[in-house]
Design a binder for this molecule. Structure first.
Ligand code: HEM
Length: 503
């Protein structure tokens, strides 16, 4: 008792500014959920500053909303091992991806897994894989060309996620797992992609609010056989019960010790008893899922924006078409500035992980760059938190702040060219965004691969095809990752419709 009251008095959370409008039952969380992703947090940043607290639903303890760049840097780079995934997020990561690198907690275990996987996703390895990435992407692009040819060069209202998912899965299968997903049209690929779709159906979203709130309050619900929760596991189980076993069966006796791909690295570790069969399976599902999903959506959002910005589309096509020969890995990293601007702008406006949520395991003092005025009038430049404190980094809100980006909701790649306003360089992380995390130990390990695959696939798409808008409107939502639904047609599931023409 003594300990807990000491901790309580050390925390300054109850004195943080709090926005108006909390409901008795749902706190601020209902507003967060029903507005477009990030919108509520942006409004509250304008009222309360970069760091404040919100009331949680069902009387759960207040949540600290941390938008301060120094605070985020401190938490994610210096102290990330003291801030764990919450009891809501962690089971969800386990269900969607598996109990692999994204799920593990504890510095030693996490570092051990990272050491095992890092070499397979390094720039050095990716450099050698360029021909395979190109080849695996071409397989899907060729399929698209054929479908267009069969339709006299034009397809109206095509869901581009159908194709970007197949491209991303086909590439990750080939280069990370020596596995042929048959252009994303094989039975395995269909099962994984179909399973994933079921996991993020609008059903999952609309039952989602009450669920999420109840889960926060009663994490034990995670273990009950609730359909919307179980649906999140379908794609992972498809992998673990089929594809992963097949990958292991085919390759375990022929591992090339010099091979740099992820499957070989995992199989070598397994054969040397450094990892268990269970871990092998969990890592495979983690990397098949994480390896294609966010890339699929980022490519999809890009095509949506290009379809609505013909000038950008033409300029991008021109830059790529004018490149002599095939760009190498390094050319893709730094030689095509407009392609890079299109990528950054899409990552800024549509971060796959819209909100990052962590829970303090220790008492801590989080330093802040922007001082805050507490409700007792004191001006401070740190937040004192107690163990168990939930902290939410509103990534999508930060990346769209008008005070930083001027027109935060506008997709405008040009903003990335030339000198940028210094305020745009405030946040730590890739391109001063938080889209891959923020350069700390738990930052996205697949970022280089994702960027490379994105650039190769997008280059192929815009040099072969032209995209136009359909007149539909997108309504973004969150089902663990940022999802595109169609306005007033959410029951149709996530999709990005465009008209597509052969060039
Ligand atoms: C555009 C594509 C991608 C985006 C936006 C993205 C975003 C992120 C973010 C924000 C995190 C940090 C999560 C956190 O700290 O809570 C993360 C972690 C992770 N990502 Fe990615 N990711 C992408 C692509 C990939 C790819 C291609 C792979 C695999 C090849 C991958 C594998 C992972 C893994 C395993 C983690 C967990 C890392 C750890 O906890 O140490 N991601 N990703």
């Amino acid at each position: 008792l003594k300990l807990s009251s000491e901790r309580k008095s050390a925390s300054s959370v109850s004195k943080l500014p709090v926005p108006p409008g909390a409901s008795f039952l749902f706190g601020h969380e209902k507003t967060v959920f029903y507005e477009q992703p990030g919108r509520a947090f942006r409004n509250w940043i304008e009222k309360c500053g970069l760091t404040y607290r919100i009331k949680a639903a069902f009387g759960a303890p207040d949540i600290v909303v941390l938008g301060d760049p120094m605070g985020i840097e401190y938490l994610t780079q210096k102290r990330i091992y003291d801030y764990h995934h919450s009891r809501v997020v962690r089971p969800r990561v386990g269900r969607f991806l598996g109990r692999g690198l994204g799920w593990v907690e504890g510095e030693d275990e996490h570092k051990r897994m990272k050491r095992l996987i890092n070499p397979s996703l390094s720039a050095e390895t990716l450099r050698t894989m360029a021909p395979d990435v190109r080849d695996a992407a071409s397989r899907v692009l060729n399929d698209m060309s054929q479908v267009l040819e069969a339709n006299n060069g034009a397809i109206k209202n095509v869901d581009v996620l159908h194709w970007t998912a197949r491209a991303a899965l086909n590439v990750v299968g080939r280069i990370a797992f020596l596995y042929d997903f048959e252009g994303g049209h094989g039975e395995d690929a269909e099962n994984i992609l179909h399973g994933r779709r079921r996991g993020v159906t609008p059903m999952a979203r609309y039952t989602g609010f009450i669920f999420l709130m109840l889960l926060r309050r009663f994490p034990i619900l995670n273990d009950l056989p609730i359909p919307a929760i179980q649906a999140q596991a379908i794609a992972r189980l498809t992998i673990q019960n089929g594809v992963a076993r097949e990958m292991i069966r085919r390759n375990k006796d022929f591992v090339d010790k010099h091979s740099k791909d992820l499957l070989s690295a995992l199989l070598i570790a397994y054969s040397e008893n450094r990892i268990s069969l269970e871990e092998l399976n969990e890592q495979i599902s983690t990397f098949v899922m994480a390896g294609h999903e966010a890339t699929t959506l980022t490519l999809g959002f890009t095509l949506w924006e290009l379809a609505h910005n013909q000038e950008v589309q033409n300029r991008l096509r021109e830059e790529i078409a004018n490149w002599p020969g095939e760009p190498t890995y390094d050319d893709y990293v730094s030689g095509l500035p407009y392609l890079d601007a299109v990528l950054n702008e899409t990552l800024r406006k549509y971060p796959g992980l819209a909100y990052m949520e962590r829970v303090a395991t220790k008492e801590d003092s989080i330093p802040l760059k922007e001082p805050i005025t507490l409700t007792d009038g004191r001006v401070v430049n740190s937040v004192e938190v107690a163990p168990g404190q939930t902290i939410l980094v509103p990534i999508i809100a930060i990346q769209r702040l008008d005070s930083v980006w001027t027109d935060g909701d506008t997709w405008r790649p040009e903003r990335w060219l030339g000198d940028r306003n210094p305020t745009e360089k405030m946040w730590p992380g890739y391109a001063n965004l938080l889209v891959f995390g923020s350069n700390g130990p738990r930052t996205c390990i697949g970022a280089k691969l994702a960027i490379f695959v994105y650039k190769i696939v997008l280059s192929g798409l815009v040099t072969r095809f032209r995209f136009e808008g359909t007149g539909e409107e997108l309504a973004l939502g969150i089902a663990s990752s940022l999802q595109p639904w169609l306005k007033d047609k959410t029951e149709m599931g996530p999709q990005i419709p465009v008209h597509m023409y052969a060039l």
